[in-house]
Write a protein that binds this ligand. Structure first.
Ligand code: SF4
Length: 209
């Protein structure tokens, strides 16, 4: 079975799918097969919550020591929303001291064809949404979304998260091909703050995050 749960430093990460509605130019999926040694290409297409829960149980001590579990891998976790919910419910019940975060591209409502944010509230402690650009034109160049209106869908998703009281951060990846992509970090920060979210500027690193 693939690495559904992997560790970076002390923290546990859940890699539940390789599917994504973006094809970001900086995505580590396109660069290498592993993040700091953890191979994140899944050998099963249809990962079930039970498989992940099994791996969490197998490393329970280590997972708990990390203090937080993060949905983040070579794909968009909210494509597997139903499985994510089941995993969160398990963690909430069996490991209540553990914080839960989702790193997402913010397309969850589009993919699931409904507003999933109210269901996330209470199940997670925080969410990090990839803003990636100060406008749609640059977003489309950097993130290459697979559907129209993806930038606006991502912004709406962030607004919903803030409205529901989820601790929300919007992030950009800076220092990536700066000559080609004119990322305006100040504008991005302003967008995040106008929405009511925190802002995080993550510098691109070749080895992945
Ligand atoms: S949203 Fe994340 S997983 Fe999807 S292509 Fe972009 S960096 Fe990769």
């Amino acid at each position: 079975m693939s690495n559904l749960v992997y560790f970076l430093g002390q923290k546990a990460y859940i890699n539940i799918t390789n599917a994504c509605t973006n094809a970001c130019k900086f995505c580590v999926r396109d660069i290498k097969d592993d993040v700091k040694g953890a191979n994140l290409w899944l050998d099963v297409q249809n990962v079930k919550a039970d498989y992940v829960i099994e791996q969490i149980k197998n490393s329970a001590q280590k997972v708990l020591e990390g203090g937080e579990i993060v949905f983040c891998g070579y794909g968009e976790p909210l494509i597997k929303f139903e499985e994510v919910k089941k995993i969160c419910q398990y963690v909430r019940k069996e490991m209540p001291e553990l914080k839960i975060r989702i790193n997402t591209n913010g397309h969850g409502n589009f993919v699931n064809k409904k507003n999933i944010v109210p269901e996330l509230k209470g199940l997670i402690d925080s969410i990090s949404i990839s803003l990636n650009a100060q406008d749609e034109e640059l977003y489309n160049k950097i993130s290459q979304p697979k559907f129209e209106g993806a930038y606006e869908a991502m912004l709406d998703f962030a607004r919903e998260c803030v409205k529901c009281g989820i601790d929300t951060t919007m992030s950009v990846v800076s220092k990536f091909r700066e000559d080609e992509y004119k990322l305006d970090i100040e504008k991005c920060e302003q967008i995040a703050h106008d929405i009511g979210a925190k802002f995080r500027n993550r510098e691109w690193i070749k080895e992945g995050y």
